[in-house]
Design a protein around this ligand. Structure first.
Ligand SMILES: Cc1ncc(COP(=O)(O)O)c(C=O)c1O
Ligand SMILES: N[C@@H](CCOP(=O)(O)O)C(=O)O
Length: 472
């Protein structure tokens, strides 16, 4: 399988090269030239596979330049009960009739990012060894990608990590989880700005061809196709968990920010998984809610992006969204290029003429949840079902309940565990014991290491120059 850029000006590439590259040189996102199609017989074969078996079946259709035995080794080292708490890896629990929670956050850093990032860590290590290369990861986080990446990559040979986070905008647990690490290859940088500023810096450095080549820049954000690939697997797994037959349809409600998680669901649907609707749930930063209801995409500047109690979704410029728009515009790469060049200049775009395609052919719907909504949802689930969910998951459940149609089965993605957001949980239900794994006890008391910088890509480049040797 070859990979191409959403902007059409990058030579087709193999999976391994795309994995190391991050953003395409033309500024676009890499994706397969076509999505593999899964027929009914194959779905039936896959129905009873274990998580690693299913991951191998799916990933081998995309990572075609990695020998099957090597891919299997990477996958079995990644997806096991030691790392994810159970052999199911991403179990599903029922909360009400036709409403389920897909547990994606049982990995080392208590957020859904671990599912893909643990794979990426092992895949990077393998590919770098094969190619005798090194990589300098530059990433942006609003709280969860950063810690998942750092836990997956800490101490790994030939990998240096520079992680940008919005200064003072994450929860106490999220800050402690990242900034307490002391590994030599991990560099935490807090930017005086929002997540979107951090992401803009990552893209600016990635698009500086000379700098990128000198320092072998790659990324771990969902810009990286490897992240999306690993996330496709759990949509299949969840579908099989809540159905008996391939004739059944299942919808997914996904708390969304950078559009990476639901993009994986969209691709699973394109591959033929019988997904009904893909429900995009936003918080007060509702750019995606507006797009999926009205067809108008109007990203907001950082000073119009709210700091909310579901902070990991405080995003107003969803970078992954470009992969969907590419398909929506029937692979018209010049048009995609033009639209996203406009976004870079602070403009929006209007695709309301294809609203029917967005909701009909692609099955997207969207809703929004506010601080009061998430508190009420957390409280209600806790009091009615003794089920405690984190604020992001609460946003997804709130929107799922608002939009659920008669007889519709909805699986809500649990994108983080409550322990990461104790402040909001306490506000919702009062002082209770919030379960947290033993390895996170006392985390907030550890010394923290972070360099605070102004919102300036050049200052970040200086940090990279100071720690990584340039290739002549
Ligand atoms: C806890 C949590 N929920 C939801 C999201 C939004 O996911 P996505 O950016 O893939 O849309 C994120 C971050 O991305 C997150 O960390
Ligand atoms: N919510 C994310 C933001 C980055 O998203 P990504 O999926 O593109 O890495 C975070 O927690 O950092």
């Amino acid at each position: 399988m070859k990979y191409i850029s959403t902007r059409g000006q990058t030579e087709p590439m193999d999976f391994s090269d795309v994995l190391l590259m991050g953003l395409a040189p033309d500024g676009g996102l890499m994706l397969p030239d076509t999505y593999p199609q899964i027929d009914d017989a194959t779905l039936s074969e896959w129905r009873n596979l274990s998580y690693p078996e299913l991951a191998l079946a799916i990933m081998s259709k995309f990572a075609t330049d990695i020998p099957a035995a090597d891919l299997e080794d990477i996958i079995t080292r990644t997806y096991n009960a030691d790392t994810f708490g159970s052999a199911d890896i991403t179990p599903v629990r029922k909360i009400e009739d036709n409403l389920y929670v897909l547990e994606l956050s049982n990995g080392p850093t208590l957020a859904f990012k671990d599912v893909a990032m643990q794979f990426l860590g092992n895949a990077f290590e393998y590919v770098l060894k094969q190619k005798n290369k090194r990589i300098t990861i530059i990433g942006a986080t609003s709280g969860d990608t950063g810690s998942a990446a750092e836990y997956a990559l800490r101490g790994k040979e030939n990998i240096e990590v520079f992680m940008l986070s919005p200064h003072g905008k994450m929860s106490a647990f999220q800050r402690a989880q990242m900034y307490s690490l002391t590994d030599d290859n991990i560099h935490n940088i807090a930017i005086k700005g929002m997540f979107d500023d951090c992401q803009d810096i990552v893209k600016a450095l990635q698009q500086d061809a000379e700098f990128k080549a000198q320092y072998d820049l790659g990324t771990v954000n969902s810009i990286n196709w490897g992240r999306i690939l690993a996330q496709i697997v759990y949509y299949f797994k969840a579908y099989f968990a809540v159905t008996d037959s391939n004739a059944d349809k299942v919808s997914f409600s996904v708390p969304s920010g950078n559009f990476g998680n639901i993009c994986a669901g969209h691709i699973a649907r394109e591959m033929g998984l019988p997904i009904g609707r893909l429900i995009v749930a936003t918080n007060e930063n509702d750019v995606l809610n507006d797009f999926f209801n009205q067809g108008k995409y109007q990203p907001r500047a950082a000073d119009k992006t709210y700091v909310t109690s579901s902070p990991s979704m405080d995003i107003s410029k969803a970078s992954n969204f470009e992969r969907f728009v590419y398909l929506l515009l029937e692979k018209d790469t010049p048009r995609v290029h033009e639209l996203f060049d406009g976004v870079k200049q602070g403009q929006g775009f209007d695709l309301s003429d294809v609203m029917d395609t967005i909701s009909g052919q692609y099955g997207f719907a969207a809703g929004k949840s506010t601080h009061a909504d998430r508190l009420a949802t957390i409280k209600d689930l806790y009091e009615t079902h003794q089920d405690l969910v984190d604020p992001h998951t609460a946003d997804g459940i709130k929107v799922a309940k608002d939009l659920q149609q008669v007889g519709e089965v909805i699986v809500c993605a649990e994108t983080a565990l409550p322990a990461k957001f104790a402040e909001t949980i306490t506000e919702a239900v009062g002082q209770i014991d919030i379960a947290r794994p033993a390895h996170t006890e006392g985390l907030e008391d550890l010394a923290q290491h972070v360099t605070v910088l102004d919102n300036d890509a050049e200052l970040v480049a200086e940090q990279i120059r100071a720690h990584v040797q340039a290739v002549a």
